[in-house]
Write a protein that binds this ligand. Structure first.
Ligand code: AMP
Length: 228
């Protein structure tokens, strides 16, 4: 590693919203304060109280890409996002720690009154709208259910209401969004939480800088399990 490389701060990719909010206490546990809140600032590069670490704010589904290409040394992404990324880039990221933050579940939901169990029993071919096509494909293949997957990028809840799909696969947290749209969850696919991901080259070349951060996150994530 060159001298310039060792002076460069570590770059951590994060998305706004729940992941950012729930990462702040983990950073604080590592003695790091963040200079700005991306909800209020338009800045995409945010300094921290540790000159050796800066944050970049990217879309949740772009976090694995920044880390894999080394534009960020590490990042935090939901298991949902990582499954979809790994389908295109298998083995590209090192995932050392489940941080137990931004927890929710990936579930199948249908319009109230739609008899999902009967449709599955009868071997009906279901139209399923989702952003999570890889996780959905694996789930229905394991169940032996034939599905036509329709890729959407947001507002999945709308699809069954306007006849685009019989079912959706989406993240459910409180269940309020499903309820507000007259949908019901009929099957859980998997629990979801956010994980720390690390660039494989950085793991070797920047080990001395990374390790204290990984240790602090590891410890703080245990505290999250305890309070879950
Ligand atoms: P809720 O109404 O609390 O069940 O939240 C459901 C909505 O929030 C859906 O549109 C989800 O896609 C989104 N959502 C819930 N949890 C998460 C999460 N951990 N990460 C990203 N989106 C989430």
């Amino acid at each position: 590693m060159s001298a310039a490389e060792s002076l460069r701060p570590l770059t951590m990719a994060l998305s706004k919203g729940r992941i950012f909010e729930e990462t702040l206490p983990l950073l604080e546990a590592a003695g790091i304060q963040v200079s700005e809140n991306p909800e209020q600032s338009r800045k995409l590069i945010i300094a921290t109280s540790n000159p050796g670490l800066r944050l970049i704010i990217v879309r949740a589904s772009d976090v694995p890409t920044y880390v894999e290409y080394g534009a960020a040394d590490l990042g935090i992404a939901g298991k949902d996002v990582l499954i979809e990324h790994a389908a295109q880039h298998p083995g590209g990221l090192y995932q050392p720690i489940d941080l137990n933050i931004a927890r929710c579940r990936l579930a199948v939901a249908v319009r109230k009154g739609f008899d999902y169990e009967a449709a599955v029993r009868q071997g009906a071919r279901l139209r399923v709208a989702t952003k999570y096509t890889q996780a959905a494909r694996e789930h229905f293949a394991a169940k032996g259910v034939y599905v036509d997957l329709i890729k959407l990028y947001g507002s999945m809840e709308l699809a069954p209401l306007v006849g685009l799909a019989d079912a959706i696969v989406d993240l459910v947290s409180t269940g309020n969004t499903l309820k507000a749209n007259d949908l019901v969850a009929v099957e859980d696919i998997m629990p979801i939480s956010s994980r720390l991901v690390v660039n494989r080259a950085a793991l070797k070349t920047r080990h001395a800088q990374l390790q204290p951060l990984l240790d602090a996150f590891e410890q703080a994530s245990h505290a999250n399990v305890a309070t879950a």
